[in-house]
Design a protein around this ligand. Sequence first.
Ligand SMILES: NC(=O)c1ccc[n+]([C@@H]2O[C@H](COP(=O)([O-])OP(=O)(O)OC[C@H]3O[C@@H](n4cnc5c(N)ncnc54)[C@H](O)[C@@H]3O)[C@@H](O)[C@H]2O)c1
Ligand SMILES: O=C(O)C[C@H](O)C(=O)O
Ligand SMILES: [Mg+2]
Length: 571
Amino acid sequence: MSILSNKKKVFHVALRGESILTNPHFNKGTAFTINERKQFGLVGRLPYQVNTLDEQCQRAYDQLLSRDTPLRKNSFLQSLKEQNSVLFYQLILRHLKELMPIVYTPTEADAIANYSHLFRRSEGLYLTLDNQDSMEEDFLEQIRGRDIDLIVCSDAEAILGIGDQGVGISTAKSAIYTLLAGIDPMKSLPVVLDVGTDNETLLTDLVYVGWRHERVRGEAYDQFVDKFIQLVRKHLPHSLLHFEDFGVTNAQRLLELYRDKHAVFNDDIQGTGAVTLAAVMSAVGVTKSTLAEQRYIIYGAGSAGLGIARQLRDGIVQIDGISVDEANERFYLIDKHGLIKESLGDLIRPMLREFVRSDKEWEGIPTNDKGEIALLEVVKKIRPTVLIGSSTNAGAFTEEVVREMAKGVDRPIILPLSNPSRLVEVDPAKANEWTNGKALLATGSPFPPARMPTGKDYIIAECNNALIYPGLGFGAVLAKARSLSDSMILAGAQRLASLSPALKDPDDALLPDFSDAPSVNFEIAIAVAEKAIAEGTSNVDWGGEEVRARGKEMQWLPIYGEYVYDENGEC
Ligand SMILES: NC(=O)c1ccc[n+]([C@@H]2O[C@H](COP(=O)([O-])OP(=O)(O)OC[C@H]3O[C@@H](n4cnc5c(N)ncnc54)[C@H](O)[C@@H]3O)[C@@H](O)[C@H]2O)c1
Ligand SMILES: O=C(O)C[C@H](O)C(=O)O
Ligand SMILES: [Mg+2]
């Protein structure tokens, strides 16, 4: 257990003076007590007043409000994190709904795009292909003395919907694990796998902090990633390895390659699939139908689109008890080449095979000059009940598409999930207007409520993987699971769906509000850990009622403990 866990009342710390003040994991700033100041050589290094955490939060919040743009607020919070992590997490938890969009989508997209310009202090582990000879040494240096439970890594090729960013994302995703699930920040490790970038803006930017080299692909890339994963397996065999925002050619492939060898998890595929399944379960609860009764269009068949299709399909099979082939029949995937159908040939990624439609089914349907079938034509022919966007193609769900869909179903389920907000396939307020308030909506980034024809507000649920991945990961870590299996993920998604406000009131949001995300993720974690224990993938000898108590005990909360100077203590 780390030094900062509030479960341990007294901490023995070996740092003194400047070194404790400049270490964000130990620093309390003006909250060091008189007694601590004397022991740690801080009396002359701090102003006279001793503040409480409440007072520090108030001051930090006032300072934050004086920053006038979301990006400046993001920079301020990043600095705070580099100074005092208890204060950083405590402040955000107190204003979760307001500050999530600052530290996460949509502002994180701007922060990542400007990473080199905003850069002040390094955080986590930077592994660069050019330095791979010293990878093990660099890795061990960074994890020295720490008991790491969770690693979040990214090669930054497909950051949200903004593409290749060279470096960035792992730290933001890692902080969300602490914020929403209580993973101890000392026990998580954000990792940048820098294999170069094809982003011309970065390559020609004089202050770019990453490796100025074209993105390495193929065998050299695979060897580099493998070297890293073998180090994780060797030195941190019980950790959970989270993959984030890898490009579409690598994401699923790496997941398949390593899922039997280590506890790995791809958030864009599995986390997005799970949160979307929960949202659709909630929506079919409102329409009093079943998952199997729906016709699904998934617009944007990349990592997220494929993960969503597979998770929904598996949900249909498990929950409604039909065969995999029958369930696959309910899906129509659309990519930048239009409807995924046989005649696209090599343009279809092998992983999409099970969802390919036959050409015969589409004979006589209008195409463009390349023989591609557009979204509107698919909507007209199949009369979807569920339309999901994971395409990065802003505005693709046009008024015509939405109105056409609404002709075929009383309550269209429309989930435009692309991030950040500016890339959303349809503004939910517009979809609400074009369907006279009938659409059941959820988006990937936060949006304001939509006004219903009745004058009431309809809350737009945020269908973002952050509502589930911290709980999935925490549950796996809690149960010391050897893998994060499909059934554990399904258990998490079902628990999330069971917490949906729409279950109680069909006019309410499809998913819990982000202000409840910590308690929601805790419930997800319990469901995941219980499943791991039940299916024998866990490495703990307890279960039943104890799971919840153990979960509470393991959670890190941002509260100061009392420090005692001890030259043999933690540092
Ligand atoms: N809400 C969430 O939790 C969540 C999770 C993951 C990803 N996303 C979002 O989903 C989007 C896609 O992410 P990804 O990781 O799958 O990226 P990706 O690059 O793997 O996939 C994008 C897919 O969209 C397709 N596409 C691009 N332009 C298109 C067009 N004009 N018409 C149809 N299809 C088109 C591409 O061919 C590609 O297959 C991003 O905006 C991302 O932020 C949201
Ligand atoms: O990071 C997010 O906000 C969600 C998701 O992982 C994405 O890539 O868009
Ligand atoms: Mg992502």
